[in-house]
Write a protein that binds this ligand. Structure first.
Ligand code: SAJ
Length: 413
């Protein structure tokens, strides 16, 4: 008999996961509290863009339906967001409400998998206790596990299929069942472990990247002080077979790397000082960039500044936690008129304008996101300077105007 899988939370991870399972032949109900999203999906309207998602939807829709209610199912996968609280801890609100929506329909023999990124111990702690309220016992009457997502926005579908995955389970049978669910579409290898180890592995992956980016951001500032070019330094250092320094930038955005390290850090503050410092360094980058922009703009007697890019990284339509927002706010607070453009983002907290309008008014521009579209941007005679926080135009800087790249001597004003 076909398995019935309920995926709770149809965001950037939940929706593609649900569709991949449906394409693989399972009967899938995608559940979300957002009635508008559910109504849209019923008529084929996708809530966000991601390469290959439209085609995936078309090939999966026969086995896929969407609902605001969690049905009785053989397998439940929880893919809801976990924000960070004001005191930098994992906010379990949505994980708890999703688990509470599963508990009343949970039947003996079912499998519950948490895929949301959570603090260590959440699956076997709060999740397990909510699910056991009805009398069923985890590991005995139903199966419980944690499987983190590893897919990178912009290449989500391909990475979901190809990446190796970690199946965390409460018992050996839980691990086996959890791995079997993902085995429906994952081609990468599966490694089985306990739930807390799997939760921590996820946090380590994103903390590793955050710490490495913070190192690159510190190097950018040091190279500016030393009057050399950080992009050259990193590229040459990375020729060493055991060195892989990441890239500096205007700050770390997105819903993962800017938040997840706090979940690990808050679980043991005394022993996670590097993680904390990395978060602070990366969170400090927008203000550092705004300070340099302020000086450059004043040197040029500029009043109107154009920000190119709101997406938190190149070629995606996702503006969550974008460094563009604090840079925008700080420049407005410093008295500038600031116009913002992005070729892909439509939902964001900063007002957007067209590229034509921006270029008609801006005295200078800052590249905040390294979208491919900006590689060949045609500035107008109005722009007197360009600030490049991504090193996007280093090899081909614009002619006849001042060019300032982050991490170079030009950034030292
Ligand atoms: N960034 C830099 N320098 C770099 C790399 C990235 O400044 O060298 C910035 C980006 O511009 C962006 C932010 O960091 O603002 C995060 O981008 P990202 O591409 O590093 O990561 P995400 O947030 O899009 O996805 C990450 C991935 N994790 C890892 O690579 C370890 C992805 O695999 C996870 O599935 C995802 O987090 C998640 O959901 O946790």
């Amino acid at each position: 008999m076909k398995q019935h899988i309920a995926v709770v939370g149809l965001g950037y991870i939940g929706l593609p996961t649900a569709l991949l399972l449906a394409k693989a032949g399972a009967t899938v109900t995608g559940c979300d509290i957002d009635a508008k999203k559910i109504a849209g999906l019923a008529t084929g309207i996708l809530p966000f863009q991601e390469p290959g998602l439209t085609e995936l939807y078309a090939s999966a829709k026969e086995n896929f339906s969407a609902s605001t209610k969690v049905p009785v199912a053989d397998v439940y996968i929880v893919c809801v967001p976990t924000p960070v609280t004001a005191d930098k801890k994992c906010d379990n609100r949505f994980v708890e409400s999703a688990t509470n929506s599963i508990a009343p329909v949970l039947q003996a023999g079912a499998t519950v998998i948490i895929e949301s990124t959570v603090a260590p111990g959440t699956t076997t702690g709060i999740v397990r206790s909510i699910l056991e309220k009805g009398g069923l016992v985890a590991g005995k009457d139903f199966y419980l596990g944690f499987v983190s997502e590893k897919a990178i926005p912009g290449n989500t579908i391909s990475e979901m299929i190809k990446n190796d995955r970690i199946a965390g389970g409460l018992t050996p049978e839980c691990k086996k069942r959890v791995a079997a669910v993902y085995g429906l579409f994952v081609e990468g290898a599966f490694f089985q472990t306990d739930c807390t180890t799997a939760e921590v592995v996820k946090l380590v992956e994103n903390s590793y990247r955050d710490v490495n980016i913070a190192f690159a951001n510190e190097l950018a500032r040091t190279c500016t002080t030393l009057g050399i070019n950080v992009w050259e330094v990193i590229s040459l250092a990375n020729h060493h077979p055991r060195v892989n320094v990441h890239e500096p930038g205007p700050g770390v955005g997105g819903h993962c790397i800017a938040l997840d390290p706090w979940f690990l850090q808050s679980s043991d503050p005394a022993n996670t000082t590097i993680i904390k410092r990395a978060r602070e360094i990366n969170d400090g980058m927008p203000s550092y960039v705004a300070t340099v922009v302020d000086k450059i703009a004043k040197n040029h007697q500029s009043k109107c500044i154009g920000i190119l890019g709101v997406a938190y990284k190149k070629n995606v339509d996702d503006g969550r936690e974008t460094p563009a927002e604090p840079i925008f706010k700080e420049l407005v607070a410093r008295g500038f008129t600031v116009l913002v453009h992005d070729p892909l983002v439509t939902k964001t907290n900063v007002p957007l304008t067209t590229l034509e309008e921006l270029l008609a008014s801006a005295d200078g521009v800052i590249i905040v996101t390294d979208h491919d579209a900006y590689k060949t941007i045609a500035l107008t005679p109005k722009q007197k300077w360009l600030i490049d926080t991504r090193g996007l135009l280093l090899t081909n800087p614009p002619k006849n105007i001042s060019y300032y790249a982050l991490g170079t001597s030009a950034f030292n004003l």
